[in-house]
Ligand binder design. Structure first.
Ligand SMILES: [Zn+2]
Length: 673
C-alpha cells in the first residue's frame, strides 16, 4: 500500500519537476548562448541551480491550491455549477489593489524625496510607513470591493446561463480575464505615467521570470497529452542535472570562467553569489599575472591616498576658495596642484571604482548594491597590484553605505588591513595606530587609502542654523572639519612615513545652488565634477599644473610613482613626468571624460568631455559647450558660436563610448585557470 501511495505522489509531482527543469533550461538559454560551449553550459547550469528549486516549489504550491479548490466546496470560490463569480471578484480586487499599491508607493516616494532631501535612512523609514499605511487601507476596503465585483460577475453569469449557454466564468476563464485586465492596466499606467518619467529602463531582468512563467503554464498541460511523456520528462530532468554538474565543475576547476559567467548574466550571477560566493571564487583564481613590473633603478616609496567625499575644488584654498583648510593649503605649498582635475562622475559609487581600478565609469562593469556598486570581480584594484608588488596595504573608510563588507563591492580587494568606521575622529585614530605600529617591523613600503565623508554631510544641522549661515558657509565649515581630520592623519604620516607620496583628492563636487542644484548626482557641471588634486612627496616639484587631468589617471600615476611600469588595461595616463617636473603642463592638452549613468539615484544618461579650455556636456541630443578657462561656472553656452569645436568633442565622446563597449567584453585573460 505504502509503495502505491508513494507512486501516486510521485506521479503527481512529476509534471511540476519536469516543468521546473524545462523552465530552468529555457531560462538558461534565454540568459545567453556564448561562443564557448563550456561557458554556455555552465551559465545554463547556474541559472538552473536557482530556477529549478524555486520553480518546483512554486508549481507544487500552486497546483496544490488549485486541486484543493476543485475538490473542496468549503472555500466556496467555485459554485456547484462550476462557475466562479466569487473567485473573479477576489482576483479583480487583488489586481486593482496591487496596481493602486504600486501607484501609492511610487507617488508617495516621489513626494517624500521632495520633502526630506534624499537622506537614505529617513527615506527608508518613511517608505516603510507608507507601505504599511497604504497596504492596510487597501486591505480594509478589499472585502466590500470583492463583494461588489463578485456581485457584478454573478449577474453576468446568471444572465449568460439564462440564455442556456452553459457556464461563462469557468476558473480558467476567470483567471485569463483577470490576467488580460491587469496587463492592460499595467500597460496603460506604464506607457502613460511611469515610463516617461523613468526614461530608459532596462527591462531585461524580467526576461527570465517571464520565460519561467510561460514554461510552467504550458508544460504540465502539454505533458499530459504526450505519448512518451515519461521519456521526454526524464530527459529534461537529466539535462538539467547535466548542466548543474557542469556549473559545479566550472566553479571548482575553472573559477575564472565562473567569473565570466557572473559578468554576463544577472540570474546566473545571482546564483553564483548565493550558492558559491563571489569572493571565494575570486580567491581561487590565480592572479599572478597582475604582479607589476618594477622599473629598473627606481625605489618604491610609501603611498598615501586620501579621498574626501564631496569636495568642490573652488571652495578650497589651493583653488582660491574661502574655506579654512590649513592642512590642504600646506600640502599644496609643498607639492603640485592640478588646476583642472575632474572626477569621472558626480556620485560616489561611480567615481570610487574609477579611482580604485583606473577605468572610466562606463568601462567599469558591476551591479548596484545599496548606495554602492558591486564591481565585476574581473576588475583588478590598484591595492591588489601594489600588494602583488610587495607593498603592505591598508584601507580606512568612512561609510558603511558604500564600504560595508556585507555589500561585497570588491573595492576593498587588496587592502590587507581594512577598517570601516563612520566617525571621522575614530577612523583617523585607527589609521594613525596602524601607521605607528607598522614602523618597527616594516621592511616593505606601505599603501594607505583613507576615505573621509564629512563634507558629504554638510547639511546636518542646516535646519537649525539656516538663519545665520548660508549654504556655502555651512558647506565650508564641513570642509574645515575634514581638513582637521586630514591634518591629524598627515602629522602622523610625516613622523612615521616621512618619505611618503601623499595624494589628496575628492570623488566629486557639490552643486551648492549652481545650475539649480544643491547636492550632487544630478548634472555634470564643474560644481559637481571639478575636484581638488594635490600631490606632494619626495621628487615631486612644487608647482601649479594647468593641464586637464582626470581621476582615471590616478591608478597609472600611483603605479608609476611606486616604481612600476603602468599596467595594461587601464584607461588613464601617468602624470608622474609632470609631477617630477620632467615635462611642462600643456594647457591645451589633456582630456577628461565624465559620465552620469542611469541607476538608483541617477535619472538620466549624460556624458561630458573636457579638452583644454573646452568642455562639452552631452545629454541625449542636447549639447552645451563652455570655455571653462574664461567661464568656469559655465554660464555662457557657446555651442552656437563654436559648432566645429563641439563637433570634435562629440566625436571624442562617441569614440570613448565605443571603446568602452570593447573594453567591457574582456576576460580575466592571463589567469591560469
Ligand atoms: Zn561621494
Amino acid at each position: 500500500m505504502g509503495s502505491r501511495r508513494a507512486a501516486r505522489i510521485g506521479r503527481w509531482l512529476f509534471p511540476s519537476l519536469v516543468a521546473a527543469c524545462a523552465g530552468g533550461l529555457a531560462a538558461g538559454l534565454v540568459e545567453g548562448i556564448a561562443a564557448d560551449l563550456l561557458l554556455t553550459l555552465a551559465g545554463a547550469g547556474y541559472v538552473a541551480l536557482i530556477v529549478v528549486p524555486v520553480g518546483f516549489m512554486a508549481s507544487v504550491v500552486v497546483r496544490g491550491i488549485v486541486s484543493a479548490w476543485r475538490q473542496d466546496d468549503a472555500l466556496a470560490l467555485i459554485e456547484r455549477d462550476g462557475s466562479t463569480p466569487r473567485l473573479a471578484g477576489w482576483l479583480v480586487t487583488a489586481a486593482i489593489g496591487g496596481v493602486l499599491f504600486v501607484l501609492a508607493m511610487h507617488h508617495g516616494t516621489r513626494l517624500l524625496l521632495g520633502t526630506i532631501e534624499l537622506q537614505p535612512n529617513k527615506l527608508g523609514f518613511a517608505a516603510a510607513l507608507l507601505a504599511v499605511g497604504s497596504g492596510g487601507l487597501l486591505l480594509a476596503i478589499s472585502v466590500p470591493s470583492a463583494r461588489l465585483f463578485s456581485g457584478l460577475a454573478q449577474r453576468l453569469e446568471r444572465r449568460w446561463q439564462r440564455r442556456g449557454r452553459g457556464v461563462l466564468l469557468t476558473p480558467r476563464r476567470s483567471i485569463a480575464a483577470v490576467v488580460v485586465l491587469v496587463s492592460g492596466l499595467v500597460a496603460v499606467i506604464w506607457l502613460g505615467f511611469v515610463g516617461p518619467q523613468l526614461a530608459a529602463v532596462d527591462l531585461s531582468v524580467l526576461r527570465v521570470p517571464a520565460v519561467v512563467l510561460v514554461v510552467h503554464a504550458v508544460v504540465p498541460a502539454v505533458l499530459g497529452r504526450l505519448r512518451r511523456r515519461v521519456i521526454i520528462g526524464c530527459s529534461l530532468i537529466v539535462g538539467c542535472l547535466g548542466v548543474g554538474a557542469v556549473a559545479t565543475f566550472v566553479r571548482f576547476e575553472r573559477p575564472s570562467l565562473a567569473l565570466d559567467v557572473w559578468g554576463e548574466g544577472a540570474v546566473a550571477g545571482f546564483a553564483i553569489e548565493k550558492i558559491f560566493g563571489l569572493d571565494a571564487i575570486r580567491d581561487d583564481v590565480t592572479m599572478e599575472y597582475i604582479r607589476p613590473q618594477p622599473k629598473a633603478g627606481e625605489d618604491h616609496p610609501d603611498i598615501v591616498l586620501v579621498t574626501i567625499d564631496t569636495v568642490r575644488a573652488d571652495r578650497t584654498p589651493p583653488y582660491g576658495g574661502p574655506a579654512r583648510m590649513p592642512a590642504l593649503a600646506d600640502l599644496a605649498r609643498r607639492g603640485s596642484v592640478f588646476t583642472w582635475a575632474f572626477a569621472p562622475s558626480n556620485v560616489t559609487r561611480r567615481s570610487l571604482p574609477t579611482i580604485a581600478i583606473g577605468l572610466l565609469p562606463n568601462e567599469v562593469r558591476g551591479r548596484t548594491v545599496g548606495w554602492g556598486l558591486r564591481v565585476d570581480p574581473r576588475h583588478v584594484m590598484v591595492a591588489e597590484r601594489l600588494r602583488a608588488g610587495g607593498y603592505d596595504t591598508a584601507g580606512f573608510m568612512c561609510c558603511p553605505a558604500v564600504w560595508a563588507p556585507h555589500l561585497r563591492t570588491g573595492l576593498s580587494r587588496g587592502l590587507e588591513h581594512f577598517v570601516v568606521e563612520a566617525d571621522g575622529a575614530n577612523l583617523v585614530e585607527h589609521a594613525n595606530r596602524w601607521v605607528t605600529a607598522r614602523r618597527s617591523s616594516a621592511r616593505s613600503p606601505a599603501f594607505v587609502w583613507m576615505h573621509l565623508i564629512e563634507p558629504h554631510n554638510w547639511t546636518v544641522g542646516r535646519g537649525v542654523s539656516r538663519s545665520n549661515l548660508d549654504d556655502r558657509a555651512l558647506y565650508d565649515r564641513s570642509l574645515t572639519r575634514a581638513d582637521e581630520l586630514l591634518d591629524r592623519f598627515l602629522q602622523r604620516v610625516a613622523t612615521h612615513l616621512p618619505r611618503a607620496v601623499i595624494i589628496v583628492t575628492a570623488d566629486h563636487g557639490e552643486g551648492l545652488g549652481d545650475h539649480g542644484q544643491l547636492y550632487h548626482s544630478t548634472d555634470l557641471y564643474n560644481s559637481q565634477l571639478r575636484v581638488p588634486l594635490v600631490i606632494a612627496g619626495p621628487g615631486i616639484a612644487n608647482q601649479t599644473l594647468a593641464e586637464v587631468v582626470s581621476s582615471v589617471d590616478l591608478v597609472p600615476t600611483i603605479m608609476d610613482l611606486a616604481g612600476f611600469h603602468v599596467p595594461d588595461r587601464v584607461s588613464g595616463r601617468s602624470l608622474a613626468d609632470m609631477l617630477r617636473g620632467e615635462r611642462a603642463a600643456r594647457p591645451d592638452g589633456g582630456v577628461a571624460f565624465a559620465q552620469m549613468i542611469i541607476d538608483r539615484s541617477n535619472r538620466r544618461q549624460m556624458a561630458a568631455v573636457v579638452r583644454g579650455r573646452w568642455k562639452l556636456i552631452q545629454s541625449g541630443g542636447r549639447g552645451e559647450l563652455y570655455d571653462i578657462y574664461r567661464d568656469p561656472d559655465e554660464q555662457t553656452n557657446l555651442i552656437g558660436v563654436h559648432p566645429d569645436v563641439a563637433g570634435q568633442l562629440r566625436e571624442l565622446v562617441v569614440d570613448q563610448a565605443a571603446q568602452a563597449v570593447t573594453l567591457s567584453a574582456w576576460r580575466l585573460s592571463g589567469a591560469a585557470r
